[in-house]
Design a protein around this ligand. Structure first.
Ligand SMILES: [Zn+2]
Length: 140
């Protein structure tokens, strides 16, 4: 099964090809739920996915700064699923280093964006735009 997922990285021309040992079947990160992290993962029922330690650490620092739970609307994506949802080929989501954080209001999303300050993120984007974000994309 992992060989099949790894082949997707080659087929879609991703700038990273994981090894079997990069995949896990246990979440291994407090405050990130298996189901919400894998909602855009075609292999969620097996369940194989990638979740980097830097993501776990950065997300939890953000959560602490924010002061409470932050729902996720996307986490790990295998390359085929990432392609279907219109993600960039080399999206950090296929690297297991990104989540989309989904505050219920524009104000909450701005607070999440600000809570990422100082967490060592490699990417921080208000989506779909800066003035009325419906989610915050963060990668660590
Ligand atoms: Zn994203």
């Amino acid at each position: 099964m992992r060989d099949q997922i790894i082949q997707e990285y080659r087929d879609f021309g991703v700038n990273f090809v994981p090894r079997c040992e990069d995949f896990t079947q246990t979440i291994g990160c407090s405050n990130i739920g298996m189901a919400e992290y894998n909602q855009d993962n075609d292999y969620a029922s097996y369940p194989w996915f990638i979740l980097r330690g830097s993501l776990c650490t950065g997300f939890n620092q953000t959560r602490t700064n924010f002061g409470g739970p932050i729902p996720l609307s996307s986490g790990y994506r295998n390359p085929a699923a990432n392609h279907r949802v219109g993600g960039a080929t080399n999206s950090w989501h296929v690297h297991g280093r990104a989540v989309d954080m989904d505050g219920s209001t524009v104000e909450e999303n701005q607070r999440i964006y600000n809570a990422m300050e100082g967490t060592g993120f490699i990417e921080r984007i208000r989506e779909p735009n800066d003035t009325a974000p419906t989610r915050i994309h963060g990668a660590w």
